[in-house]
Structures are given as C-alpha cells and as structure tokens.
Ligand binder design. Structure first.
Ligand code: TPP
Ligand code: MG
Length: 367
C-alpha cells in the first residue's frame, strides 16, 4: 500500500508532467518549439506509477512520447524544456529535440522516433545487466501500434528464452496515430499474446496511478528474482491528438469527453480528499508549486542561447576514449551528478546457452 506521503508525491509528479506538457503545447503554438511534438497528457498515471515503483538504478526507455519520463525521474525541467526549444542548454544541446530525450544521470536511455525501436534495445540493456550480474531491471514502454512491429516478436522470443530482467509496458491508448488498435489487431488485448512466448502477461488500469504502482512493484520483484521478462498492458488514453498536427477526426468529441472523466489526476485528487489524506487547499498549493517549476523552465529555455553554428558538424559520434559529458554539470555546474560506471573485468556468471535441450526438441530429435 502506498503511504500518504507517496500518494502526494505521485499527485505532485502527475501535475508536474501535466503542466509541463500544457506549456510545451503552448510554446509549440508560438513556434518556440519546432518539428514533431507528441504530448503525453492523459497518460500520466502510467509513467508516474511505474517510476515510483522502480529504483534509481533501474533503466527506463520509451518511444517518442517521452518528455515526462525523465522529468518524473528527477531530470531538470528547464534543461528538458531547453531541449524542446533546440537550445544549447538542453540535455543533448538541442540536437535531440522532442523525440530523442536522453538522461543517463537518471537512467533514462531514450526517446526513439522509430516505432518500436526501443523494444530490442531494451533487451540488449537487460542482457548487459544480466551478463554483468547487476541487480537491475530495464523498463521499456511502447504503444499499442508498436506491438505489431516484427522486432517485438524476435525480441520477446529471446528475452523469454534468456530470462532477461526486463519489464515491457505496452501503453494501450487505443490508437496508433488515427487507427483504432482493434481495427488492425486480431488480438487487441496485447498482454494476452504473452503466453505465445512463454512470457508472463498482465494488465492494469493505466488511469489509476496507485494500481500501476502496486502492479509494477509486484512485477519488478518477480523479475528481480530471476523469473524473466513480463509484458504489462496499461489501458490508458491520450487526451490530445497524436502529435501537434493531428486534428483527431477519427474519434468523436463524446468519446474524448467520456475518457476525460477517468482523468488520473482528478481520480487521485478525489481519493486523497475522500480519505481525508489532504485538504483541497493543500492540493492547490502543490499545483501552484508545480506551475512555478514549469514557468521557471520556460524562462530558462527562453533565455538560453541556440547552439553555435560551428556545432552543426559535431557530436554525431562518440570518439573512442572520449569522456562522457555530464549535461547537468555542463549546463548548471552541478557537482552532484550521479553517473553509472561498469566493471571492465567483470566475471561472467551466466551460461548463455541452456545446456539441457527442451523436452519437445529432444523428443523430435535432430535430423
Ligand atoms: C517504423 C515506423 N513506422 C511508422 C512510423 C510513423 N508513426 C509514428 S507514431 C505512429 C503510431 C504509433 O502508435 P502507438 O505505438 O500506439 O503509440 P502512441 O503514439 O499511441 O503513443 C506511427 C505509425 C514511425 N515513426 N516508425
Ligand atoms: Mg497508441
């Protein structure tokens, strides 16, 4: 059970995410942000519930709807906004932009524009952790439409075979751009496909932050115990269009209004008040505080310089032996940046190939 303090933290973080995205949407309208921009508004219970259940040392990856993933893990809001603005003070010097956020310090490994690209990459990350015998779970979220990518099948097959410590979260918001998932999937309840890979499949109400938190706590404990990967489906909904250029004509206003009644922030707010865990005034203060964080982030981005023209040819590749540049240290002069380090002389503790053939294979024999 989540404590009152944790519930209030989750409430705060969902509001931070919501206010950040609202302002990013406005800044886009003012052309301060250019290119693609996919807002996460409506889905906040997933990212917050998941991240509160994780450890700092766990790794997180997602697709292009990625702004609030590093934000709720503690990334600097101003530097994230500056990244959206394409400014030099952004996490990736403005060169990643909306779809390619990256924050190693907080275990956030992207931000991918290719639908489903993060799915095999996350298996590689989990493979590395297992190989090095590190107690770490990689969490990889993707959309309902991404679940029909072929690479998912290849990945799940090997992830299950090798019992990789990875939690896959499909954020089923019902649509892939303008296409209803049920129109293009013979099994639209995606978690039900998991047994086909001999994988554990579960689902959760993705509009209920406490339910997501409890479920991810349970599943990550199971994964840490060496049981292998899990596919968790979070049923959720995006309140805005697919991206900023989507007029969303493929769904009715009534449908959106109905879904907004399941708004995860309002739901938690009601629960906190009904159970007398917080007063309306206290919750208002939290909202005001998070609005100030976002206002400051906007001011920081507005005041930040663009990268110099001479930078256009740089930072494409990391040169051999080149030291990591720690973004918060570079931009804010922070001295408390945590950075992962990996042993180079690690002892391999894990057999890659199962030595005992599966029973069905041995029965059939090998020709
Ligand atoms: C390989 C690939 N195919 C197509 C696209 C274009 N595209 C971008 S987002 C998207 C829909 C993905 O929907 P879903 O996986 O449900 O995620 P959501 O946007 O709902 O979060 C498509 C088809 C792409 N970026 N990459
Ligand atoms: Mg979708």
């Amino acid at each position: 059970m989540a404590s009152t303090e944790l519930m209030l933290t989750m409430y705060r973080k969902m509001l931070l995410a919501r206010r950040f995205e609202e302002k990013a949407g406005q800044a886009y309208g003012l052309k301060k942000i250019q290119g693609f921009c996919h807002l996460y508004i409506g889905q906040e219970a997933v990212v917050v519930g998941v991240n509160e259940a994780l450890r700092e040392t766990d790794w997180v990856m997602t697709g292009y709807r990625d702004h609030v993933h590093p934000l709720v893990r503690g990334a600097d809001a101003g530097m994230l906004m500056a990244e959206l603005y394409g400014r030099d003070t952004g996490y990736s010097k403005g060169k990643g932009g909306s779809m390619h956020f990256f924050d190693v310090e907080h275990g956030f490994y992207g931000g991918y524009g290719i639908v489903g690209a993060q799915i095999p990459l996350a298996a590689g990350m989990a493979f590395a952790s297992k190989y090095r015998n590190e107690d770490r779970v990689t969490v990889c979220s993707f959309g309902d439409a991404a679940s029909n990518q072929g690479a998912l099948h290849e990945t799940f097959n090997m992830a299950a075979k090798w019992k990789l410590p990875v939690l896959y979260i499909v954020e089923n918001n019902k649509y892939g751009m303008g296409t209803d998932i049920a129109r293009v999937s013979s099994v639209p309840d995606i978690h039900k496909r998991a047994p086909g890979w001999d994988m554990r499949g579960e689902s959760v109400d993705g509009m209920d932050v406490l339910a997501v938190y409890e479920k991810v706590k349970e599943l990550t404990a199971w994964i840490r115990a060496g049981n292998g990967p899990v596919l968790l489906e979070a049923y959720t909904y995006r309140f805005r269009g697919h991206s900023m250029s989507d007029a969303a004509t493929y769904r009715t206003k009534e449908e959106v209004e109905l879904e907004k009644q399941r708004d995860p922030i309002i739901k938690l707010r009601q629960q906190l008040m009904e159970e007398k865990l917080a007063t309306e005034a206290q919750l208002e203060v939290i909202d005001e505080e998070e609005k100030i964080v976002v206002e400051k982030a906007l001011a920081f981005a507005d005041a930040s310089p663009l990268p110099p023209d001479s930078d256009i040819w740089t930072h494409g590749l990391v040169e051999d032996g080149e030291l990591d540049e720690k973004p918060r240290e570079r931009v804010l002069g922070a001295t408390d940046v945590k950075w992962p380090s990996f042993p180079t002389d690690f002892k391999v503790t894990w057999e890659l190939e199962p030595m005992v053939p599966s029973s069905s294979a041995s029965k059939k024999g090998v020709a």
